[in-house]
Design a protein around this ligand. Structure first.
Ligand code: PLP
Length: 396
């Protein structure tokens, strides 16, 4: 007998992937331009030009045996130090390259982190709506996933609800801001409130509670006045799981990192745990070519102005049609209230109008659908009449 859980995971696609595959079939049937696919969070803008330039430079200037060879398991020390220096300049911190572990993107960062932190039965609290794979990663690491609903209508964290969910078995709280799927950015006051709560609860229970910040969307914020607080400035037991997938439009290249806050007393053990989990999972030596690339483009971001335009166009049009929308400050998702309580039924009906929307149930938030607007503005324009007809079919 082989492992049941993994067989089940392998046989079921995520709802998002399922819908994406349906979209491919449907496009083949009725034509690409007639299907409005809002399913995937695949960046629709190209990587900044510096990415191609630097890749050429690196390939031309580096000994290929070195360039395509292994680096040390947590990543090239020179690259880690360059990233640490950048974090320090940006957030007034003093990390060393040895606080970082380079990974194949945020998914790897998260699964390594949970495997490092969790003993069997430890609980991880997440704020719903949340990225569906968190549950998979936590369960695989032997943990118990504990979703806590965000505040209705704003999707901001509900500190009282989080407080009630914390138990002596709580090992970590994971946050994601800007958030997939709601697009909200948690303000500094919420981060301070959450960190105070974690300090109080760990003192009361005599436990260590870690704050894990999943940050693939950190750079995707549309208004410069909106700040995304850096958790290490507020809480010693914090770990940042970062990815360049969205900020540099490189999701297929698999590059990101884990940064462990050196301010935590047990830093050496936690960092060793990260290295050990990376080793046990086989996630050592992230792709070297892309490690070297990041050393050159660590401070660049794709042109996100199209995402902002898409957000504005969709929010305005959908609100005028009568949909309930919380305008997002970042990422490239819109979380819209379903006109009927069953969002799965709503998403099914949307398909009849060739609109591919993901029901919020897998995000821990039934009653809503997610729209990924990392698509061409032309597709959104073509899709608006379909959104209108869908609204009319509900009489809104
Ligand atoms: C919130 C969130 N976390 C993690 C990931 C995984 O990102 P990566 O491509 O860097 O593995 C995603 C991808 O969409 C995401 O939305």
């Amino acid at each position: 007998m082989i492992n049941d859980t993994n067989v089940r995971l392998g046989k079921t696609r995520s709802v998002i992937r399922e819908l994406f595959e349906y979209g491919k079939r449907r496009k083949a049937e009725i034509g690409e331009e007639n299907v409005y696919d809002f399913s995937l969070g695949n960046p629709s803008v190209p990587a900044p030009p510096e990415v191609a330039e630097e890749l050429h430079n690196i390939i031309n200037a580096t000994d290929p045996v070195l360039l395509h060879g292994y680096t040390s398991a947590p990543g090239d020390p020179r690259v880690r130090q360059i990233i640490a220096n950048y974090i320090n300049r940006r957030f007034s911190l003093s990390l060393d390259g040895d606080c970082l572990y380079l990974t194949c993107g945020a998914a790897a960062s998260l699964t390594i982190t949970f495997n490092a932190l969790l003993n069997a039965g430890d609980e991880v609290i997440s704020i719903a709506p949340h990225f569906p794979e968190y549950k998979v990663f936590v369960n695989h690491a032997g943990g118990v996933f504990v979703p806590v609903r965000a505040k209705e209508n704003t999707f901001m964290m509900d500190i009282n609800a989080i407080s009630s969910a914390i138990t002596p078995r709580t090992k970590a709280v994971i946050i994601n801001s800007p958030n997939n799927p709601s697009g909200v950015v948690y303000p500094e006051s919420d981060i301070i409130g959450l960190c105070r709560l974690l300090e109080e609860k760990s003192a009361a229970f005599g436990t260590e509670i870690y704050l894990v910040s999943d940050e693939p969307y950190r750079e995707l914020v549309f208004d410069k006045s909106i700040k995304v607080p850096y958790v290490m400035n507020y809480y010693a037991r914090s770990i940042v799981c970062y990815s360049y997938s969205k900020s540099l439009s490189l999701p297929g290249e698999r590059i990101g990192y884990i940064a462990v806050n050196p301010a935590m007393r047990e830093f050496a053990d936690v960092y060793a745990g990260i290295c050990g989990a990376g080793r046990a999972l086989g996630f050592v030596c992230a792709p070297n070519l892309f490690q070297q690339l990041i050393a050159k483009v660590y401070d660049k971001t794709s042109d996100i102005s199209i995402y902002k335009r898409n957000r504005d166009m969709l929010c305005k049009a959908l609100t005028e049609m009568g949909y309930q929308v919380v305008p997002p400050d970042g990422a490239f998702y819109l979380f819209v209230k379903s006109p009927e309580s069953d969002a799965v039924a709503f998403a099914e009906r949307a398909k009849k109008f060739e609109l591919l929307l993901v029901a919020g149930d897998d995000f821990g938030c039934p009653g809503y659908v997610r729209i990924s607007y990392c698509v061409s503005p032309e597709m959104i324009k073509r899709a608006l009449p379909a959104f209108g007809a869908l609204a009319q079919s509900y009489g809104i």
